[in-house]
Design a binder for this molecule. Structure first.
Ligand code: ZN
Length: 574
């Protein structure tokens, strides 16, 4: 019944249109910036983050307690460099972004002349925010991003917002302290609100709404949105089919509800058992390596082992599931549903204030193909989703599984000891447990990694950012070292066979390389080099392996080979 279906679709998109139009008008009705103290938190609750955002998370200095924190934001291109750099590629992105903003305003009903005016407004505010924003390297420094102060002091710091009204609107009762994570960025956001004409700011706020909702509106708006973010910025040739987008929307909104179904179907008890054993063996191997480090003193070693033994390990899925009963899914409009999901998530987060940190909470859903380390809870988490090929194979031998999921486990463990993670103690507090000499030795060794990656040319004239990717590169390095040692320990009494002409050691490294094999568009290389703290897949292999002694032995790599590095130039940390 195609006709009926089309009618339904038409009504559906009209309803979406009404919701968006009402939101746009609400912003346009603002008469003075004093109303922002109430409007900005309302927008935040519905999923928009103009100027800056506010969230609730563990206090890095008192890790059992939650703390209200601000975070810089408000720039739609995500990275400050897009507004500030003047190389040909960045300029082109910026020009195309302006065209995109104008087209989007026109698509939601603005005249071409008004749309053009709004582009100038958006660029003025976003460029000011970008200039004041911390860059990605500074954002990785936990001390530089921690500024706990009273609400009274925040009021003096950014007087244009009535913070009592702001927090009350968010539903944050009795807020006494707040960490202003990027102080200068928030001060500038306040100055922008104070000094830019109201009409400029209304255009900017409307843009944030249009930009955020674009993926959930009509086909024409969706297509324009994809044309810029998908094609121009990431080099994609076509968008995902509708069914994939629909599934990922449900996955993103009702993650743990999907997760419950996922683990029932795809996560057998044997997989968890095998994983627990792997994690234990990796922990033993990292302990052995720490004890044998030539550059670390005994007192720091004791503390490092304590931290290692305190890891909170999460595998598969959470013990208690999220309750979604308060979330309403209605048959009105897609964007209205997404707004309700955003509000539901915001409420969930706001509810954490004034409560102790729930260490059993999961920060990834079970079906996620990924893993994480969280420094404030000192936890490593491996969702059920990563326990599949090419990371894990129940039927494969240890050479395969240690080379793939084993390195991932070692990678997450190493995050507890990378340039960032090492600054947190076993309780998850930002507290220095290193002797000055050991810290210096670590930094000297980490710098070898920084310089090595700074020298990698990822595209003609474009270099990797060694400092930005340092934590991830150290984690890959540590992951390889730890997992290879655990692999040798596990197979010491029952050596594996050569398969298809490859020795067990060679298969370990081939399995690792297989995890990161992939295709990437030139545009994505450029955007990810700006935004992703992980090195590109190619360099997670070709940059990591030349530092590993066992890899030279496994493949008999010599100075005649292009990837060869003399021993004194190799990274040696964990
Ligand atoms: Zn990582």
């Amino acid at each position: 019944m195609p006709v009926l279906l089309n009618k339904k679709l038409a009504i559906y998109s009209i309803l979406q249109w009404i919701v968006l139009k009402a939101d746009l008008e609400k912003i346009a009705a603002v008469k003075q910036t004093s109303e922002f103290s109430k409007l900005l938190p309302e927008l935040l609750l519905s999923g928009l983050t103009p100027y800056f955002s506010v969230y609730v998370d563990a206090d890095a200095m008192s890790s059992n307690d939650n703390l209200v924190q601000t975070h810089q934001g408000g720039i739609s291109l995500g990275e400050r460099e897009y507004y500030l750099d003047n190389d040909a590629h960045t300029k082109e992105i910026r020009d195309k972004y302006k065209i995109h903003v104008a087209k989007m305003f026109e698509l939601v009903g603005f005249t071409a002349a008004d749309a053009q005016k709004n582009v100038e407004a958006v660029m003025t505010i976003e460029t000011r925010l970008a200039k004041a924003a911390y860059d990605n390297v500074k954002l990785r420094d936990p001390h530089a991003n921690y500024n706990k102060m009273s609400v009274a002091d925040l009021q003096k710091l950014v007087p244009v917002i009535d913070w009592n009204v702001y927090f009350a609107t968010l539903g944050l009762k009795n807020t006494k302290d707040v960490s202003v994570s990027q102080k200068e960025s928030l001060i500038e956001a306040g100055k922008i609100i104070e000094t830019e004409p109201l009409a400029t700011q209304i255009a900017y706020l409307q843009w944030k709404l249009i930009d955020e909702s674009a993926g959930y509106l009509s086909d024409a708006i969706y297509a324009q949105n994809f044309d810029f973010y998908g094609k121009t910025l990431s080099g994609k040739k076509e968008h995902s089919p509708r069914w994939k987008r629909a599934v990922s929307s449900v996955d993103g909104s009702l993650g743990e509800a999907v997760g419950q179904m996922y683990v029932k179907k795809y996560f057998p008890a044997e997989a968890k058992e095998r994983m627990l054993k792997l994690v234990h063996n990796l922990q033993v191997s990292l302990g052995e390596r720490i004890k044998a480090l030539p550059w670390m003193g005994d007192s720091t070693k004791v503390k490092a082992i304590e931290k290692l033994n305190s890891f909170y390990v999460k595998i598969g899925y959470p013990d208690k599931w999220r309750d979604y009963s308060a979330l309403q899914v209605k048959n009105d409009s897609y964007w209205a549903n997404v707004e309700r999901v955003n509000r539901f998530e915001s409420d969930y987060m706001i509810n954490k204030a004034n409560k102790p940190v729930d260490k059993d909470e999961w920060h990834m859903t079970p079906q996620t193909v990924n893993a994480y380390y969280n420094p404030t809870t000192n936890e490593i988490c491996f969702p059920a989703g990563i326990l599949q090929y090419p990371f894990f194979d129940m039927n494969a031998d240890d050479a395969f599984n240690y080379g793939a999921i084993g390195v991932v486990i070692g990678h997450e463990m190493t995050h507890g000891f990378d340039d960032q993670g090492r600054q947190y103690d076993k309780e998850g507090n930002l507290k220095d447990w290193w002797t000055a000499e050991d810290a210096k030795n670590f930094e000297i060794r980490a710098n070898v990694m920084v310089n090595f990656f700074n020298n990698i040319e990822v595209a003609p004239g474009v270099h990797a950012n060694g400092k930005f990717t340092l934590g991830e590169n150290i984690a890959d390095h540590g992951g390889l070292q730890i997992s290879f040692q655990a692999f040798k320990n596990a197979t010491a009494n029952a050596p594996l066979q050569t398969v298809d002409g490859f020795t067990p050691e060679q298969r370990f490294f081939l399995s690792y390389a297989g995890v990161w094999a992939g295709n990437i568009r030139p545009e994505a290389i450029l955007s990810r080099t700006k935004s992703d703290p992980h090195s590109l897949g190619k360099w997670r292999v070709d940059g990591a392996l030349p530092q590993i002694g066992a890899w030279y032995q496994a493949f008999n790599v010599t100075e005649k080979d292009p990837m060869y590095l003399p021993v004194e130039k190799r990274v040696s940390i964990w």
